[in-house]
Design a protein around this ligand. Structure first.
Ligand code: GP9
Ligand code: MN
Length: 714
């Protein structure tokens, strides 16, 4: 009886529609659970994942409900159903090879990345893949044999509209929940994984399509003359290097250490525990800061926006800003032509390059962007032993990260340009448990702030251990080690709670203070050079690349770089924030208020002279930012030939076989191999790495115990 009833339902158009919707939902969920690795962390995320295929499935299938004629309606439904199955299935197969989702650009075969599956596709299929298709064949057969009858009655327009409307409502609910769990999901576009995890494959594809279309419009209209304008600006803005410093680090390895969320106020900072005892947060980094072998800066600002870490990377490696909205690396990183540090150093000085980072390669679209920047190697999560105990939501913790990186670092041919992206000091700064706990918590009403110092301290120790290894392995002496903070760790909205800890009052906290908090550490440590010191020049991340290249003895006159060498006497000391605000030697302009940089006093009614000066600065800032937008949105480097750099063949890079490639490079170089491993006669230096937990270093201190119990009380 029941069966009969069900059969009847299937013989109605709405019943057939419902069947297809349910089947598609099952296929999506099956793929989520068995094929994709989406990093689900909570029940809420599971819930969002389970509902996310519903809205788009209903929406697309409902198109067929508007078709009145029976045959046409059923065919439309089945075609839409098959197309959605095809989209899902293609993503499954693609993911098996690339651990990533298919973008519109990949589909169109744009760019030179040979990302098409081609002949290799066959080996990516699995026998059970048939299950994704067998239902279509079955449904067609059942319809043909009239086992399922086509309902001759059209669906009423009102009903069709109701389904479409319902799907839109479900989508809004889905989006709302996604935004609650991951704020700014659509504006910051973290990675394709995130979009699929929160909104599903269909929505991701549509979103990517809109973005691709918008980008292609701007790009299509751009021309070589636009590049000429930018080149003129860069020429006028060029700051010639300081003769005494040009080339002092020529031929040395470059080791960038990305200090996650580390602000300048942490330098020399001592945190008082609840007994009033002071604890230096970053003793090791402080020792570097004060070392005369380090060119340190105390007025250096981050210049990132929504792309956070990825914007910092864009700035540091390219001397270009990120985008005003979203992340350049995700939106354009895998599409545009660039003139990046690793490529310049490879083509002009014979450097090898690599990035090390213990998170998924797809985060911030690094796996694609780095190819466009010319990085030879990218050692991401899959190269590391990552487990629940040594990692958190953003990947491997810093101590094991640096330690496990050595295995690859020692095999790199020298000189090399490398970047180590640490991550433990990342929001939410949750206190480490067990053996890494012990550094005191701050005592404010904001848990995020309270934990920040302990994670920064952990980062400091991790960096120290890495330095010890560099010294023990001999790498230290022929390397330049650059440390930089990528962006604020404590957001503006929390700064009032931080005020007291930095010697200010919460009531008087203003925009000037917020601007000050955007300072991040920037230190260039050159062992053997003793002319360093703390430099008070005002500068930002956009200035890092020309500064470094000049120290390495690379002439930058033919490159398009928007920053200026910070060590150049001609450096103009104007720092643009991505939103058009700025800091100069004289003025701080932040969120509509103007201040005197030296005194911090607000300039409420500026004189005519001051207004003129400020307007001139604003114009300069806008010029720099718009030059960056022009380059990025118009993909202008494709028109630039004066650099003398050959075009990069992106298909030459394969970040999946890094270890094999390292070994092959050493083999090809033979006796001339310059890797640390070869220099140590093939004897690994991994044993030279020493690491200790907080407890091993400090014992079970009383402060440690108080700090722990105070967190558990909250
Ligand atoms: C993750 C990491 C974090 O891989 O780089 O980026 P963020 O959230 O700081 O922008
Ligand atoms: Mn970051």
């Amino acid at each position: 009886m029941n069966k009969l009833k069900n059969m009847k339902l299937i013989n109605t158009r709405m019943g057939f529609f419902a069947l297809l919707a349910v089947l598609l939902w099952i296929k999506n969920i099956a793929a989520y659970l068995t094929e994709f690795n989406l990093g689900i962390e909570s029940m809420r995320q599971y819930f969002i994942l389970f509902i996310n295929p519903i809205a788009t499935t209903l929406f697309l299938l409902s198109i067929a409900l508007y078709v009145k004629r029976p045959k046409a309606s059923y065919i439309t439904m089945l075609v839409i159903y098959s197309v959605m199955t095809l989209l899902l299935f293609s993503n499954i197969v693609y993911y098996r090879e690339f651990t990533d989702f298919i973008t519109i650009n990949t589909m169109l075969g744009a760019g030179k990345v040979s990302s098409g599956l081609g002949e290799t596709a066959m080996r990516l299929f699995r026998p059970y893949d048939v299950l994704y298709w067998v239902d279509i064949i079955a449904l067609v057969a059942l319809l043909a044999r009239k086992k399922i009858k086509m309902d001759q009655r059209p669906v009423r327009a009102r009903m069709a509209l109701a389904v479409t409307t319902l799907s839109i409502m479900i989508f809004s609910g889905n989006l709302f929940m996604a935004e609650v769990d991951r704020p700014e999901l659509l504006t910051r576009t973290f990675s394709r994984d995130y979009l699929v995890k929160y909104l599903g494959i269909n929505a991701f594809t549509a979103y990517d399509g809109v973005q691709t279309y918008q980008a292609s419009q701007v790009r299509a209209e751009a021309s070589a003359t636009d590049m000429d304008d930018v080149a003129d600006y860069v020429k006028d803005h060029y700051a010639a290097p300081n003769d005494d410093l040009f080339g002092i680090a020529k031929g040395k390895n470059v080791i960038y250490i990305h200090l996650e969320s580390t602000q300048q106020f942490l330098i020399d900072y001592k945190l008082k525990d609840e007994n009033g005892v002071e604890h230096e947060v970053m003793p090791f980094i402080n020792s570097l800061y004060h070392d005369n072998q380090t060119f340190s800066f105390d007025n250096f600002y981050h210049q990132v926006k929504g792309g956070k870490t990825s914007d910092a990377e864009t700035l540091m490696d390219n001397s270009l800003f990120g985008l005003n909205q979203g992340a350049l690396m995700t939106q354009l990183g895998g599409k545009n032509t660039f003139q990046s540090a690793p490529d310049i150093l490879k083509q002009t000085q014979g450097y090898t390059s690599a990035v090390f980072h213990g998170n998924d390669g797809t985060f911030w679209n690094r796996n694609e962007t780095y190819k466009h920047w010319g990085y030879d190697y990218f050692f991401s999560k899959e190269y590391y032993d990552v487990n629940e105990d040594n990692s958190f939501q953003y990947g491997l913790h810093d101590k094991p990260f640096f330690q496990q990186s050595v295995k690859y670092l020692e095999q790199l041919q020298q000189p090399f340009y490398t970047k180590f992206i640490a991550v433990s000091n990342h929001f939410p700064y949750s206190q480490f448990t067990n053996d890494e706990s012990g550094f005191p918590m701050a005592q404010t009403d904001d848990e995020t702030i309270n934990g920040y110092f302990a994670t920064a301290n952990y980062l400091d120790t991790a960096v120290e251990e890495f330095f010890n290894y560099l010294k023990a392995s001999g790498l230290y002496d022929n390397s330049v080690i650059v440390l930089y903070g990528d962006h604020f760790g404590i957001s503006e909205s929390r700064n009032k709670s931080l005020a007291e800890l930095v010697g200010k009052s919460a009531d008087e906290w203003n925009s000037y203070d917020n601007a000050q908090m955007q300072k991040v550490p920037y230190m260039i440590h050159i062992p053997g050079q003793h002319d360093g010191g703390i430099n008070h020049t005002y500068g930002g991340q956009v200035d890092a690349l020309p500064t470094l290249l000049h120290l390495l003895g690379v002439d930058t006159t033919n490159y398009i770089q928007l920053g200026q060498d910070l060590l150049s006497p001609k450096h103009e000391q104007l720092v643009a924030f991505r939103n058009g605000d700025f800091v100069s030697q004289k003025y701080v302009y932040h969120k509509g208020s103007l201040y005197n940089t030296a005194t911090g006093e607000e300039i409420i009614s500026p004189t005519a002279e001051q207004t003129k000066e400020v307007d001139a600065l604003k114009e300069k800032v806008n010029k720099q930012l718009s030059a960056s937008d022009q380059i990025n949105n118009g993909d202008l480097f494709r028109f630039y030939t004066k650099s003398g750099l050959k075009e990069i063949d992106y298909s030459e890079f394969n970040y999946k076989t890094g270890l094999e490639q390292l070994q092959q490079a050493a083999q090809e170089a033979g006796k001339d191999s310059t890797s640390v491993l070869s220099k140590h006669d093939g004897q690994s230096t991994e044993d030279l790495y020493q690491t200790q937990t907080y407890k091993e270093l400090h014992g079970e201190t009383t402060t440690g115990k108080t700090a722990e119990s105070s967190t558990s009380e909250k």
